[in-house]
Design a protein around this ligand. Structure first.
Ligand SMILES: *[C@@H]1O[C@H](CO)[C@@H](O)[C@H](O)[C@H]1NC(C)=O
Ligand SMILES: *[C@@H]1O[C@H](CO)[C@@H](O)[C@H](O)[C@H]1NC(C)=O
Ligand SMILES: *[C@@H]1O[C@H](CO)[C@@H](O)[C@H](O)[C@H]1NC(C)=O
Ligand SMILES: *[C@@H]1O[C@H](CO)[C@@H](O)[C@H](O)[C@H]1NC(C)=O
Ligand SMILES: *[C@@H]1O[C@H](CO)[C@@H](O)[C@H](O)[C@H]1NC(C)=O
Ligand SMILES: *[C@@H]1O[C@H](CO)[C@@H](O)[C@H](O)[C@H]1NC(C)=O
Ligand SMILES: *[C@@H]1O[C@H](CO)[C@@H](O)[C@H](O)[C@H]1NC(C)=O
Ligand SMILES: *[C@@H]1O[C@H](CO)[C@@H](O)[C@H](O)[C@H]1NC(C)=O
Ligand SMILES: *[C@@H]1O[C@H](CO)[C@@H](O)[C@H](O)[C@H]1NC(C)=O
Ligand SMILES: *[C@@H]1O[C@H](CO)[C@@H](O)[C@H](O)[C@H]1NC(C)=O
Ligand SMILES: *[C@@H]1O[C@H](CO)[C@@H](O)[C@H](O)[C@H]1NC(C)=O
Ligand SMILES: CC(=O)N[C@H]1CO[C@H](CO)[C@@H](O)[C@@H]1O
Length: 779
């Protein structure tokens, strides 16, 4: 019983345990979640193909690992596998029969490995293979029967290997009856032999089904007369970057050819028979050769040619050849040659031409009517020879379909006639003016209202007017590089509300002002490379905005450098610490705020404790002003003294004071109850003030009641705080204050002396009275 249950347990345990190999494979590979027949083992540091991958997979990739050897057993039983990717490993050796079970395999990718030779039984079993990629290995030799099993191979890429014996290529092609696309880029034909970089008649003889052949970078000097003759289906032939000096005659009569490229060879001239019978040819590329002339017969058979590229050659003259023999040409790029002039009617009958590039290494003279007939032209580029400014006179393009125009001048030119060039180009969307610098008159773009991309470059200091841009409200891209511009103020009023991309590289812009960007609401891309930035607080806004704004990408901003001040020269603009600028203004803010608070505090403190001194001071000031005004007007004082008293003391004033001072001593006194007119008497302080100012002196009759009454006490306090003595004289003419205190109670017994003292006090002119006069007394 015990042993029975134990064995049952162990059986259960065994059943529950997953297959160890599956567990192992799961560690290095993943199966596609949706399609379990696809397994990915890429970049897992594998040194061998993992065991336990289900044999039913159709797609397996183990790229970018450290596999060195493919063992015979690795793909045993993988009869459903269709694609196998083993690229980017260190595979040196593939054991015989390693692929023998892969009947279904369509694609095998072994690129970027270390294979040195392809052996006889290596590809055994790959009868269904259509694509084989072996590029970037170190293959030196191919054994004769290696490719024999690959009866269905259509596409082979053997580029970038090190073949020693050219005849090994025969071993490829003689067994691949289905091969259509053969890439032999940098295959090094004969590199290790003595300069025999020639493809002979027999080498590619069996490639009769090829449609695409690339023989780029093989140092080929020659292809024999019949070397490609069997390839009656070839459509694309590319023999770029070799050393051919003529168009190989073997291509003649290859009526299947559609695309032909001989870029970067050493071809010197084109001959009449070069393109004989190539009726299907649509594109010829002969860029980077040494062609200087061609006869009118050269293109005679190319009735279907659409694109002709002759960039970077030595062509100096185009005659009517192109026009007469290539009536269907759509793209003609003859840029970077040395075209001297374009004669009248050079393109006369070329109504299908849509792209024409005549950009030249040396400036071209375009003769009157030179661009006539190009009624369908959409893109035009040309370089002009600057002849005493008259160059543009005869040049009216009349190209109604034109959408893109690029003009270069060989030296900085003033285009007074740009208006004529742009005349009628209503459809123009892209305009590039290089070294064409006087942008006058300011309505030159009035003819081209649909411009969306404008480039004006290489001028010595342009400063466009905002009005220049007003007709082109759709502008999206503006490139004003290399113009020595010093400011961008014209953009503020240019009304470029749709501008998204602004390139201002290599100008003389030192400070970037935020108002410019307020006028460009759609801006997304800004290039200010190569400007001499000032790294101080004047660029603080720009620096912060560059780093923080979410709308505009300022390209290469982290590479912008400072040109000044000298202490910052050569440093990166964005390294400038703008925080200091904010802190400084913060400091100013702090100072001014503190000052304000302090003033407020002080004034409330002063108001609370020193209010009367202030009021007094205020009145003194008013008095001073009033007095100077009066002096200026020559107004005499109306009264000798203003008598301030409380109504309750009126009796005394009328009975004692008035009789003595007015009648006996003859002073003219102003009594506030007698002399104030009813209308002006209302606001006490105001009439009080006027009365005081109209009187030479002020005489206060001080009693207990006087001190209690509001406005009287104010006046007294005005006096008392400032003076500590009761004031009896208060000269508005001077800020100095003279005061005398005379006590009536003390003087009861000597009234005569009292009045005499009053008389003296009133009498004394503007000289201060002596406070130590024995007749005066301190309070
Ligand atoms: C060979 O590949 C084709 C697809 O290219 C496929 O339909 C066919 O079944 C494959 N043959 C074998 C034997 O797997
Ligand atoms: C190149 O291969 C051919 C045929 O395989 C052979 O006859 C010839 O000797 C080889 N040439 C060299 C230089 O190895
Ligand atoms: C071999 O090729 C080089 C480079 O093209 C050339 O300079 C040299 O003259 C050639 N030698 C022979 C013997 O053809
Ligand atoms: C060959 O030319 C055709 C037609 O011009 C083109 O569509 C195709 O992409 C070319 N093939 C290659 C491999 O360049
Ligand atoms: C090319 O074809 C013409 C006939 O169309 C023939 O006369 C001529 O010999 C052929 N040229 C070559 C080099 O095969
Ligand atoms: C024509 O040539 C110029 C200069 O090499 C090149 O920049 C341009 O892309 C070419 N144009 C076309 C349409 O390929
Ligand atoms: C333009 O083509 C017509 C025939 O289509 C021809 O008569 C005329 O001579 C050609 N003009 C030029 C300048 O090539
Ligand atoms: C702007 O113009 C300059 C000068 O011609 C050119 O080098 C640059 O590529 C242009 N930039 C863009 C984005 O078009
Ligand atoms: C500015 O452009 C807008 C359209 O983008 C246009 O409606 C407006 O009238 C223009 N304003 C001026 C002053 O040209
Ligand atoms: C920015 O430009 C405006 C308008 O030209 C100008 O008033 C302002 O002073 C400039 N600000 C700075 C910091 O230069
Ligand atoms: C810095 O830029 C950001 C984003 O443009 C802005 O919100 C912020 O107020 C700026 N800071 C200062 C101190 O100007
Ligand atoms: C078979 C094999 O190469 N397995 C590898 C799985 O991955 C680990 C590391 O992730 C390697 O150590 C094993 O060699």
């Amino acid at each position: 019983m015990w042993s029975a249950s134990a064995s049952l347990l162990s059986l259960l345990f065994l059943l529950l345990l997953p297959q160890p190999s599956l567990l192992y494979s799961l560690r290095n590979c993943t199966r596609d979640f949706h399609d379990s027949s696809e397994v990915f083992c890429d970049s897992s540091e594998l040194t061998t193909i993992p065991q336990g991958i289900p044999k039913t997979v159709t797609y397996l990739t183990a790229a970018a690992n450290h596999i060195v050897t493919i063992r015979e057993s690795d793909f045993n039983g993988f009869t459903k596998l269709e694609t196998l990717v083993l690229a980017k490993n260190y595979i040196k050796h593939i054991e015989n029969g390693a692929f023998s079970d892969l009947f279904a395999l369509n694609k095998l990718n072994l690129m970027h490995n270390k294979l040195t030779k392809l052996t006889d039984n290596m590809f055994e079993g790959l009868t269904n293979l259509t694509v084989l990629v072996l590029k970037n290995n170190k293959i030196k030799s191919i054994s004769p029967l290696c490719f024999k099993p690959l009866g269905k191979l259509q596409k082979l890429d053997m580029s970038f290997n090190m073949l020693v014996n050219n005849s090994d290529v025969v071993n490829i092609v003689s067994h691949c009856p289905s091969l259509k696309v053969l890439d032999l880029i940098k295959f090094r034909f004969g590199v290790f032999r003595k300069n025999i970089s020639v493809i002979g008649d027999t080498l590619l003889q069996s490639c009769s089904r090829l449609t695409d052949l690339k023989l780029t970078q093989n140092a080929l000097t020659e292809l024999s007369e019949s070397s490609l003759r069997t390839m009656t289906r070839l459509t694309n032939l590319s023999i770029e970057s070799n050393r051919l000096s003529i168009i190989p005659p073997t291509i003649r009569n290859m009526s299947s050819l559609i695309q032909l490229s001989f870029d970067s060879n050493q071809i010197l001239k084109l001959q009449c028979s070069d393109f004989l019978n190539l009726q299907s040819l649509r594109k010829i590329s002969l860029n980077y050769n040494r062609i200087s002339t061609f006869k009118s017969c050269v293109f005679q058979d190319l009735q279907n040619l659409r694109e002709l590229y002759l960039e970077n050659n030595f062509i100096s003259q185009l005659d009517g050849t192109i026009s007469n023999s290539l009536p269907n040409l759509a793209v003609f790029n003859v840029s970077e040659n040395h075209l001297r002039s374009i004669e009248k009617h050079t393109f006369f009958n070329m109504s299908h031409l849509t792209v024409l590039n005549l950009k030249s290494k040396s400036a071209t003279e375009i003769q009157s009517g030179g661009l006539e007939g190009l009624v369908g032209l959409k893109r035009l580029t040309f370089s002009l020879n600057y002849h005493s400014g008259s160059v543009f006179e005869g040049l009216t393009l009349h190209l109604e379909a034109l959408q893109e125009l690029t003009i270069q001048v060989d030296k900085s030119a003033c285009v007074y006639h740009a208006l004529y060039i742009l005349h009628g180009l209503k459809k123009l969307r892209v305009l590039s003016l290089d070294t064409i610098c006087c942008l006058t008159p300011s309505n030159i773009f009035g003819e081209t209202p649909n411009l969306i991309n404008l480039q004006i470059t290489n001028c010595v200091e342009i400063s466009p007017k905002p009005e220049l841009f007003h007709p082109i409200t759709d502008l999206h891209i503006l490139n004003l590089s290399h113009n020595k511009m010093k400011n961008l103020d014209f953009l503020i009023k240019a009304n470029l509300t749709k501008l998204e991309k602004l390139i201002l590289a290599n100008n003389d812009l030192a400070v970037i002002n935020e108002t410019v960007f307020e006028a460009l609401p759609s801006l997304k891309y800004l290039d200010l490379s190569g400007n001499p930035f000032v790294c101080d607080c004047s660029n603080a806004w720009f620096i912060n905005w560059t780093i923080r704004n979410k709308q505009v990408q300022v390209v290469n901003a982290y590479q912008y450098r400072c040109s000044s001040p000298p202490t910052e020269e050569g440093h990166f603009l964005l390294d400038f610490n703008v925080q200091l600028c904010w802190e400084f203004t913060g400091f100013l803010c702090f100072i001014s705020t503190s000052a304000l608070v302090l003033v407020t505090l002080l004034s409330s403190f002063t108001y609370h404790f020193l209010r009367w001194q202030l009021v007094y001071g205020f009145y003194l000031l008013l008095a001073f002003l009033y007095d100077s005004k009066k002096k200026r007007q020559g107004c005499p004082d109306i009264y000798d003294a203003f008598v301030s008293y409380n109504v309750h003391d009126e009796d005394w004033v009328y009975k004692e004071l008035l009789p003595e001072l007015e009648e006996v001593q003859g002073w003219r006194l102003c009594l506030h109850h007698r002399d104030f007119q009813p209308g002006t008497a209302a606001p006490h302080s105001q009439f009080h003030q006027n009365a005081i100012y109209s009187s030479r002196k002020t005489l206060c009759v001080i009693s207990r009641r006087y001190l209690q009454s509001e406005w009287c006490s104010r006046e007294i306090q005005m006096a008392r705080y400032g003076l500590t003595q009761v004031q009896s004289r208060f000269s508005p003419g001077s800020v100095q204050v003279y005061r005398t205190y005379l006590s009536w109670t003390q003087a009861q017994s000597h009234k005569g002396l009292f009045w005499e003292n009053v008389r003296r006090a009133l009498e004394c002119g503007n000289e201060p009275t002596d406070n130590h006069n024995p007749l005066t007394a301190n309070v």
